[in-house]
Design a protein around this ligand. Structure first.
Ligand code: ADP
Ligand code: ZN
Ligand code: ZN
Length: 719
C-alpha cells in the first residue's frame, strides 16, 4: 500500500505519514483530510512514498483526498520549503500560512472553470446566416475571438441559445482561457527614464532584480503597467505586491481599466474568504493573468509566471511580525530567481537592504528622476527652526502664515503628526508623577475627549484622574502634543476653517475612513491633521501644503532603522502635496534644521542619505552590512525569560564567524504583563548564520519550554 507524507498545521517541524489505497504523483500538492489524535485535519500532500518514514509506528489511513483545489505545483512546494528552512519555521505551518484560510476548512470548495467560446470558422458561419439576422451576425463577429458566456449573453435574450445550437453543429468550439486575447492595450507615451526602465526589465525572460527608484508621481506605476503588458503579450502572468494600505480601489481600478480583457485576481485582507480562495484558484489555473495582492499573495501558485513586482518595497508591512516571520519582499526575489523571471522593486526611498544590493551591482538600479505628468514639479521643502522660536501651541508663526495663505486661496493643508491621542504624557508638576501602564513599560496616552488614559501598546484604559494619584495635587497636566490637541489648537486658531483629524481613533467605525477621504476629495475640508494613515497612496488634488511636526524623535532614536523610516515617511507624506497644476510646499518644524536627514530631503537626494546611513551601519556593525536573527522569549518574570535564553544560548552550536550575544531585556521589556528578553545572533556570512540557526533550532525543539513563549525572527526589523 502506498503512503503520503502530509504537512499539517501543527507546531512540529515534520511531516506525517498516512496510508492510502491509490495515489499518483498528481496527488502531490493536493488537500487531504486525515485523522490526527481525535480530530480530523486538512493537510497538504508533500510527497508520495512506498514505505513510511518511521517503520515502528501504526499508520492510519487518510479519510479523503480532495480534488477541489488545484494541487500546489512543484515550484510552490519548493518555495514553501525554502521559506520554512530560511525562517526556521515548521513546514506544516508554513504551508498553511500560505494557503487562503478557506482551504483549512474540510468542506469542499468549487470554482467553475472559466470557459471561452470561439467560432471554428467565423467567415463560413457568417456566410451561412441570412443577411437580415442582425443579432446573429453581431454574435458571429464577437465569436471571432474567444468570449465568455457572460459576454455572449449580453448580446440579446436568445444569444446563448443560438451559441449552444452552433456548438451542437460544430460551428462554435469551447476553448480554455489560454486562448483568450488580451485586447489592445494603450499605455501613455513613456519619458526617457521610463522607457529605459521598461526596456531593462524586458519581457519576462530570465531572472534579474531591478530597483526602480523614483519619487511619488515619477511614473513607477506606469512602468509596472507597461512591463506587465509585455509579459501578458507573451502569454505569461504577472504578480504584483503592494502594502496593505496602498491597495486602494483606485489602484485596482487603474490595473483593471488598463487590461479590461484580462482577468485580475485581487488578494488582500478585505476580500472575503470565499472570494479570496476563488481568486487564488483562478491564478493557480492560469485563468487570472494578473495577481494583485498584499504580503500573502507572494505564495500564490502561478503556472505561467513571467514577472514579479513589489511596489513600495521598503514598506515594513511586507514583513510578518508573528507566526511565520517572513518578508514577502525577500520571498518575491527568491521566487523570481527560482522561476527565472525578472523582479522589480519600486520605491521612492528603497530599503537600505535593496539600495545596498543595487550599489553592489547585484540589482540593476533604474531611476525615474522627474515627475511624470508634464509640468508637475516636486514640492518645495522649507525647514523651520523651532529651538529659539516664538512658538504658540506648537506652531511657528511662519507655519500659521502659510496655512492662512492656503485658506485664502481655498487650498488644503495637511499637518502631519505621527502621534495620536491628546498628549503623550500626563504629568504632576508637584511630585513628578507620570501616568504609566501597569502592564507595560510605557506611558499612558491622554485621550481628553473621552476622559481616558490609554495604553497604545496593550489597549489598557482607565479614567483620567481628577487629581494626582501620587500627592493629591489637582493640577495634573497633559504634556506634549498629539493629533487631538493639535486639532483643537487649529480649530481655535482658524475658527472659520473646517478642520478634520484622521487617525486610528477617528476612523474606528467601518466606512468612516472612506467617508473622510471623500470629504477631502470634495473639498469640504480645509485643514487635515493626520498620522501616517494619510501618508500613503491617496491623492488630494487641492492639497498644496504639508506641515510636518514632531518628527525630530526619529533623528536620535536608539533604533538604528528609525532614520530610514523617518525619511521614507516624510518623503511619502510630502508626495501628498501638489499634484498636476498646483505646486506643493512642505514645511518641517524642527529643532535640528541642519541635520543631514533634513538636508537630504531638502536636496531631494535619497542616495546621499542612504550612503551616509550605510557608512554608519558599516562602522556600527548593523544590517545590511551583516545579517541578524533574534531569539525572543517572554515569561511572567524577566528572570525566567533570561534563564531560558541562557539555557538556549548554551545549546547554540559554535560556528566560526557567527556571534551569539548575551541575553538582554527587550527594548520594551514589559508588554501586556509579560516580561520579554532576547538573544541576538549575527554574522557577516548568511550561509554560516543559516546553518548555525538550523542546528540550533533542531536542538531547541528537543527542549521543554514550559510556560515560556519563544520565537525566532530571522532578519528582524525591530530589536
Ligand atoms: P508613481 O507610481 O511613481 O507615483 P504614476 O505612475 O502613478 O507614478 O504616475 C503619476 C502620474 O503621472 C499619473 O497621473 C500618471 O498617469 C502620470 N504619468 C505617468 N507616466 C506618464 C507619462 N509617460 N506621460 C504622461 N503622464 C504620465
Ligand atoms: Zn503629584
Ligand atoms: Zn500597556
Amino acid at each position: 500500500m502506498p503512503f503520503v507524507r502530509v504537512a499539517l498545521d501543527v507546531p512540529l517541524d515534520r511531516l506525517f505519514d498516512y496510508a492510502v489505497e491509490a495515489v499518483t504523483a498528481a496527488d502531490v500538492g493536493r488537500r487531504v483530510v486525515v485523522p490526527f489524535g481525535s480530530r480530523s485535519l486538512v493537510g497538504i500532500v508533500m510527497a508520495v512514498a512506498d514505505a513510511p518514514e518511521d517503520a515502528g509506528v501504526a499508520i492510519k489511513p487518510v479519510d479523503a483526498i480532495l480534488e477541489d483545489m488545484p494541487a500546489l505545483p512543484a515550484d510552490t512546494l519548493a518555495l514553501l520549503r525554502f521559506c520554512a528552512d530560511y525562517y526556521q519555521h515548521p513546514i506544516g505551518q508554513v504551508v498553511h500560512t500560505a494557503l487562503p484560510s478557506r482551504f483549512r476548512d474540510i468542506a469542499p470548495f468549487h470554482v467553475a472553470e472559466a470557459l471561452r467560446y470561439v467560432a471554428t470558422d467565423a467567415a463560413a458561419l457568417a456566410a451561412a446566416i441570412p443577411a437580415r439576422a442582425v443579432m446573429q451576425h453581431r454574435l458571429v463577429a464577437m465569436l471571432a475571438v474567444p468570449r465568455s458566456e457572460a459576454e455572449l449573453r449580453r448580446v440579446s435574450g436568445t444569444a446563448w441559445k443560438t451559441v449552444q445550437a452552433w456548438m451542437a453543429d460544430g460551428s462554435v468550439a469551447v476553448t480554455r482561457h489560454e486562448a483568450a486575447p488580451i485586447g489592445d492595450i494603450v499605455g501613455l507615451t513613456l519619458n526617457a527614464d521610463q522607457t529605459a526602465a521598461v526596456q531593462s526589465i524586458g519581457s519576462g525572460k530570465g531572472f534579474g532584480a531591478h530597483l526602480l527608484q523614483g519619487i511619488t508621481g515619477s511614473g513607477k506605476t506606469e512602468v509596472y503597467l507597461q512591463a506587465i503588458a509585455a509579459v501578458l503579450a507573451a502569454g505569461k502572468q504577472a504578480l504584483v505586491l503592494v502594502p496593505e494600505i496602498n491597495l486602494t480601489p483606485q489602484l485596482e481600478g487603474r490595473f483593471r481599466s488598463r487590461f479590461p480583457m484580462v482577468e485580475l485576481a485581487a488578494l488582500h485582507s478585505s476580500v472575503a474568504d470565499g472570494e479570496r480562495a476563488a481568486a487564488w484558484v483562478k491564478a493557480a489555473r492560469g485563468e487570472a493573468r494578473i495577481v494583485l495582492g498584499t504580503r500573502l499573495a507572494v505564495f500564490t501558485p502561478m503556472p505561467a509566471l513571467g514577472l514579479v513586482i513589489v511596489d513600495e518595497e521598503h514598506d515594513a508591512s511586507y514583513k510578518q511580525q508573528d507566526g511565520l516571520r517572513y518578508s514577502a519582499r525577500d520571498m518575491a526575489v527568491a521566487r523570481a530567481k527560482r522561476a527565472d523571471v525578472p523582479v522589480v522593486l519600486g520605491s521612492a526611498t528603497p530599503s537600505l537592504e535593496s539600495w545596498h544590493n543595487a550599489a553592489q551591482g547585484r540589482y540593476r538600479h533604474d531611476y525615474l528622476r522627474l515627475r511624470a505628468t508634464p509640468g508637475a514639479k516636486p514640492p518645495a521643502w522649507r525647514l523651520i527652526g523651532t529651538r529659539h522660536a516664538p512658538m504658540t501651541d506648537g506652531l511657528h508663526p511662519m507655519t500659521v502664515g502659510a496655512i492662512a495663505e492656503r485658506l485664502a486661496r481655498c487650498e488644503q493643508t495637511l499637518i502631519f503628526l505621527n502621534r495620536r491621542g491628546y498628549a503623550p504624557v500626563m504629568h504632576c508638576s508637584e511630585c513628578g508623577w507620570l501616568a504609566a501602564c501597569t502592564r507595560c513599560s510605557a506611558r499612558l496616552t491622554v485621550h481628553l475627549r473621552e476622559g481616558r488614559l490609554r495604553c497604545h501598546h496593550c489597549g489598557w484604559e482607565e479614567r483620567l484622574p481628577p487629581r494626582c494619584p501620587g500627592c493629591g495635587n489637582a493640577d495634573v497636566k497633559p504634556v506634549g502634543q498629539g493629533t487631538q490637541r493639535l486639532e483643537d489648537v487649529l480649530a481655535a486658531r482658524f475658527p472659520h476653517a473646517c478642520v478634520m483629524r484622521i487617525d486610528r481613533d477617528s476612523t474606528r467605525r467601518k466606512g468612516s475612513f472612506e467617508a473622510a477621504l471623500k470629504a477631502i476629495h470634495d473639498g469640504r475640508v480645509d485643514i487635515l491633521v493626520g498620522t501616517q494613515m494619510l501618508a500613503k497612496g491617496h491623492d488630494f488634488p487641492k492639497l498644496t501644503l504639508v506641515v510636518v511636526t514632531g518628527a525630530d524623535s526619529g533623528l536620535y532614536s536608539a533604533d538604528y532603522r528609525a532614520a530610514e523610516r523617518l525619511f521614507a515617511q516624510l518623503a511619502q507624506v510630502a508626495g501628498r502635496a501638489g499634484r498636476a497644476e498646483h505646486p506643493g510646499e512642505v514645511l518641517v518644524q524642527t529643532d535640528f534644521p541642519e541635520h543631514p536627514l533634513y538636508q537630504a530631503l531638502l536636496a531631494d537626494d535619497y542616495d546621499a542619505f542612504a550612503q551616509r546611513e550605510l557608512d554608519e551601519r558599516q562602522l556600527a556593525g548593523f544590517p545590511p552590512i551583516l545579517h541578524q536573527a533574534v531569539l525572543r522569549a517572554e515569561a511572567a518574570k524577566l528572570e525566567e525569560a533570561v534563564t531560558f535564553l541562557r539555557k538556549a544560548s548554551s545549546l547554540a552550536p559554535n560556528v566560526e564567524g557567527v556571534t551569539v550575544w548575551d541575553p538582554v531585556p527587550a527594548t520594551m521589556t514589559r508588554l501586556a504583563n509579560r516580561e520579554r528578553a532576547q538573544v541576538l545572533v549575527q554574522s557577516h556570512s548568511r550561509p554560516r548564520l543559516q546553518s548555525m540557526l538550523a542546528a540550533w533550532m533542531l536542538a531547541m525543539r528537543q527542549e521543554r519550554a514550559g510556560k515560556i513563549r519563544w520565537s525566532l525572527d530571522v532578519d528582524p526589523l525591530e530589536l
